[in-house]
Design a binder for this molecule. Structure first.
Ligand code: BDR
Ligand code: CA
Length: 315
């Protein structure tokens, strides 16, 4: 039985779909106790992701949320960004006011370490929605916290859908494969939301109109974000909407019954130029490598959107 509310840290690179995840968490206080949001460089550089995270909290009417800035580049590589998907600001679409709530002075990696040392062991879940740089840095700097993490529920990787930033790799893993390798080998219980599941939660017209139909500011902005980024994905995939990747992580915490997956071994490719950042998922159990992740493959898409829409409506 899941104990609610679950204490979580969201690690993120907003990103319109990251914004949906943050709003879903902020709209679900009975299930989610959001200890803090840590920004990472990913979709756009850190200066923008930390600012975007604060804009999202203010949109939700939650300016007391603690927002930290973490790492501004991957562990060993040059940052790759995704303005081609998310626009120049990372949150293109509706125009939002610049945030007035402060950025916390403490470094985001230090916040992760301190929180895991302070809270009772196995009571804090990490929710990475971007490259895994901050989490890997925290594990490198403070290996004592690794055994204290309750769970990591992350968006990243792919198996049947393979890649979105290269033919072989999903963006979050590709940007910092060495960080991903540290996380996947850490021994922390992992739940992975790969493209295989996120490509099943599409922002169809009816679903976007349901956001708009909420009749509140959050609903209007959410609909405009969806309108913005789905143009890119609909053209790329020929689908009837864009995949709403990151809120699957928060939805899983609230309603795990909406998802199905397999407990399997997942390794990260860090060497090959051709397949760098690939999540090599032993979906069919053809190796004897030990399972290290619950790799989600299926979702009830309408159940997911009903939950998301209802929670946006609470903000
Ligand atoms: C992931 O990459 C980012 O562009 C999205 O925010 C999501 O986290 C999807 O591959
Ligand atoms: Ca993201």
């Amino acid at each position: 039985m899941t104990q609610f509310p679950r204490k979580i840290i969201i690690d993120t690179d907003p990103g319109q779909d990251d914004a949906f995840a943050i709003l879903l968490a902020l709209g679900s206080p009975a299930e989610i106790d959001l200890l803090g949001i840590v920004a990472v460089a990913g979709n756009v550089p850190l200066a923008l992701t930390q600012k975007n995270a604060r804009m999202i909290c203010e949109l939700a009417g939650k300016p007391a949320t603690k927002v930290f800035a973490g790492c501004d580049r991957p562990l060993h590589r040059k940052l790759v960004t995704a303005e081609h998907v998310h626009g120049k600001t990372g949150l293109d679409g509706p125009v939002l006011p610049d945030p007035v709530m402060p950025l916390q002075e403490q470094n985001g990696v230090a916040f992760i370490i301190e929180t895991l040392r302070r809270e009772p062991a196995h009571t804090v879940t990490l929710c990475p929605l971007g490259p895994l740089t901050n989490i890997a840095q925290a594990f490198l700097q403070a290996p004592d916290i690794i055994g204290r993490v309750q769970q990591i529920v992350l968006m990243g990787g792919a198996y049947f859908e393979v890649g979105n930033i290269t033919p072989a790799a999903e963006f979050n893993i590709y940007v910092d494969p060495e960080a991903a390798e540290i996380v996947f080998k850490s021994g922390v219980p992992l739940v992975v939301m790969p493209l295989d599941v996120t490509h099943k939660v599409l922002t169809t017209r009816a679903r976007v109109e349901a956001f708009r139909g909420l009749g509140c500011e959050v609903g209007r902005v959410a609909a405009e974000w969806a309108d913005f980024f789905e143009r890119f994905d609909m053209e790329k995939y020929g689908s009837e909407g864009g995949p709403l990747h990151d809120p699957t992580v928060i939805a899983y915490l609230i309603r795990p019954d909406l998802f199905k997956g397999r407990h399997i071994n997942v390794e990260i490719e860090t060497k090959s130029e051709l397949t760098l950042g690939m999540t090599v998922a032993d979906w069919w159990g053809v190796t004897d490598r030990a399972p290290n992740a619950l790799f989600i493959g299926d979702v009830d898409p309408q159940g997911f959107f009903d939950l998301l829409t209802e929670r946006l409506g609470r903000l």
